[in-house]
Design a protein around this ligand. Sequence first.
Ligand code: FAD
Length: 547
Amino acid sequence: MNLSALKRNETIDLLSSSPFDLVVIGGGITGAGIALDASSRGLKTALIDMKDFASGTSSKSTKLIHGGLRYLKQLEINLVREVGRERAIVHHLAPHLVSPEKMLLPLIQDGTYGVWSTSLGLWVYDALAGVHGTDKRQILDKEQTLQKEPLLKSRADILTGSGFYAEYRTDDARLTIEIIKTAAQQGAVCLNYAKATDFIYEKGKITGLTCQDVFSEQRFELRSHLVVNAAGPWVDELRSKDHSLEGKRLFHSKGVHIVVPRSKFPIRQGIYFDVADGRMIFAIPRQRVTYIGTTDTPYEGNLSHIPIYKSDVQYLLNAVNAMFPQQALQIEDVESAWAGLRPLIYESGKSASEMSRKDEIFESDSGLISIAGGKLTGYRKMAERICKLAVGKLGKGNAQSKTDQIELMGGPFTDTKAVKSYTLHLSNRLAQFNTPESTAEYLVANYGRQSDLILDKMKAFQADPKIALARAEAWFSVHYEMASTLLDFFNRRTGRLFFNLPSILSIRQPVSEDFRQYFAWDSKRFQLEVEELEENIRNISHFEEEA
Ligand code: FAD
């Protein structure tokens, strides 16, 4: 079934018509992975999210499919092994969306890593994580490091060399949405803007949910043998509703990233570098920008509005300026920023950055299964654990997961070479439109082979090619990806809000008009949509003073 936002009523009918084997609350990466695993095992599966898919933490991460190098430092050996293997699988399932990104780890006097420990660490890491070929680590001396990254010249005084290894970059929101689309292809019924408001119990056991359609405020019931709470930072809210919030609890840690134009910080590859307080942060080039993050601080505020303070931004700028003094980045250079919450499992006596990123499953007496913690990278394994439990409880469904074999929507691609040749094909198609050279790369990274459908649609819009392309993308996002608001499109479907804010200016008016037409919005709703977009643009580009 297509994830068309225009088929909302049919989807609500499907959700409320017959009982499911398993319903997932939460359309972040965790819930998406579970919906795909469960539906592909033959379980009748539903997934709902109270806002847009991936609108929680799963659009606000560092956007790396990690090999788990940091876990080595914490001696979580099994975790390094598992995430290393997972990374290879996820790359294989969607090489257009999860691609290798070289990372430089500068070694400095009195820094976190020394030459020998890094050499040994990366060697152990390669072996544990099963790293092959050009992804294998290299240790570079000072001269080689400066050749790789001339911007480090201004700190040549403290530089002793570097580690050069591979991370994999992705777009977290796009990955989540492609997994949900793949789950829908396997039969899962998925709906965004549908909030789980209450549990339904029979003899003390959960047998379903009351849901609310956020747009119409209509309530409906959804019956299910099992209910999985994959609500990320909101996991404990639902455990509270189920009166089962006892024992381990969530700890929210806020992480901020900032985005500057590439011209202001033109690094040649990703860099993972030391901060004076003993932490490490990433700077990652991405098309026309470089993004930098992350902070890691305890958070107790509103889960739906996470403020970005000037002090968060300044912390990251200071870190860059200490390692790259010549760049002299200023707060005015920051084009956009985002803040996300890590839903970690609380461990007493540990700071935010020391707390484990491992996932945990909680089962309540009423039968609610909650899953929290974890990483983007481990989504498939988390889903496997939940679905194994579900199959055991239900006495039906395949015992084995086969998600390591199910290519995600946007493919199939055999490997990175196939992605390159498809990008060339798209460049040739785009030649007639005179669009910038980077357009093909952007389209392939976002949509994979679905780009052809978008280019076919471009012809329907008689406009400047840049506008025609944006309108074709908007059409695709509404008809195939359940984009239901302007923000869904500008943020989670295209990444423009974070990575290409200036591009929104020229396309927002025609795209907004298209949305108005698709959804037959009245002027009040249209106005609200436009205001919400404006407010979000303000929030990610103007920073508050901390009270
Ligand atoms: P979420 O994405 O938050 O999804 C939960 C969903 O539940 C939300 O969409 C919400 O709307 C929905 N929901 C809540 N309540 C209800 C309800 N009542 N009814 C219906 N729906 C509901 N991991 C990596 O592997 N690599 C990285 O580079 C990385 N970087 C990170 C950087 C930062 C700053 C942060 C914060 C995290 C990072 N992570 C990274 C971790 C990773 O992003 C998270 O572990 C992951 O996104 C959590 O996904 P989730 O699905 O559990 O939660």
